[in-house]
Design a protein around this ligand. Structure first.
Ligand SMILES: *[C@@H]1O[C@H](CO)[C@@H](O)[C@H](O)[C@H]1NC(C)=O
Ligand SMILES: *[C@@H]1O[C@H](CO)[C@@H](O)[C@H](O)[C@H]1NC(C)=O
Length: 223
């Protein structure tokens, strides 16, 4: 019995070690294609996640390289990235797993900031897509008008959670409020405030999914 438990524990540890089968070479190639399709320099990659975050936001503001709407340009590039990474031996999401990225990055912070960004894009191109797409002209004006503020929401969050991880959930809330409040614009629907809040919530999820009391709510009395 004791041996069986020990064996299970040992297997458990072993499983933890191989959580990701992401192929690093493939990841590098697909990441380059991702930058190329966004029309940005290849140096904006997982080693420069905050720079990549700003580039994505610039595309949301200015549109894609071929004049597409920014949201479409980013989501098409993201979907091609996922497709490029798909392999019978691993899933694309294993490459965005911070536990794997930490091995490839120079700092844990860098690994997390990349995983944060990819999780936010996954939301913005998935469950959240139609909220922003239906009102893209509003959302684009929000990104343009609040560019500095929204960049600040992200950099403050990354710095604060790094310096003071014990209060991470309060920084998650701060960031959600910061993005949510930024996404308020006269004449634009309240759904966009929700979208801003939820985008930030999704941004934090790869490391702080345990902050479950932090929730975004739609104000149904608005209409
Ligand atoms: C948005 O803000 C960032 C950071 O300050 C800046 O680098 C970028 O050029 C700005 N983008 C636009 C479209 O103004
Ligand atoms: C998008 O925003 C505009 C401007 O407030 C509004 O008139 C329109 O109903 C919104 N679209 C949707 C689908 O909510």
């Amino acid at each position: 019995m004791k041996q069986l438990i020990l064996l299970l524990v040992a297997t458990g540890i072993c499983l933890c070690d191989v959580t990701s089968n992401c192929d690093g070479n493939k990841f590098v190639i697909c990441q380059k294609k991702f930058s190329d399709s966004l029309g940005i320099d290849q140096s904006y990659n997982w080693q420069n996640p905050l720079g990549l975050t700003t580039q994505i936001q610039n595309i949301y503001i200015k549109g894609g390289p071929n004049g597409q709407r920014g949201l479409n340009a980013v989501c098409n590039a993201y979907n091609s990235f996922i497709q490029c990474l798909s392999d019978s031996a691993f899933t694309a999401f294993e490459c965005f797993d911070p536990r794997w990225l930490i091995k490839a990055s120079s700092t844990p912070n860098q690994a997390y900031s990349y995983a944060f960004l990819m999780n936010m894009i996954q939301y913005q191109c998935g469950a959240g897509f139609y909220i922003a797409s239906d009102n893209w002209s509003c959302m684009q004006r929000i990104y343009a008008g609040k560019n500095g503020t929204m960049t600040g929401c992200i950099t403050n969050f990354v710095l604060n959670t790094q310096e003071d991880p014990n209060n991470a959930c309060s920084y998650v809330q701060k960031g959600m409020d910061c993005f949510g409040d930024s996404a308020r614009l006269q004449g634009c629907p309240d759904e966009l405030r929700y979208y801003g809040c939820e985008s930030f919530k999704q941004y934090t999820a790869p490391q702080f999914a345990y902050c479950t009391t932090q929730q975004c709510v739609v104000d149904t009395t608005f209409r």
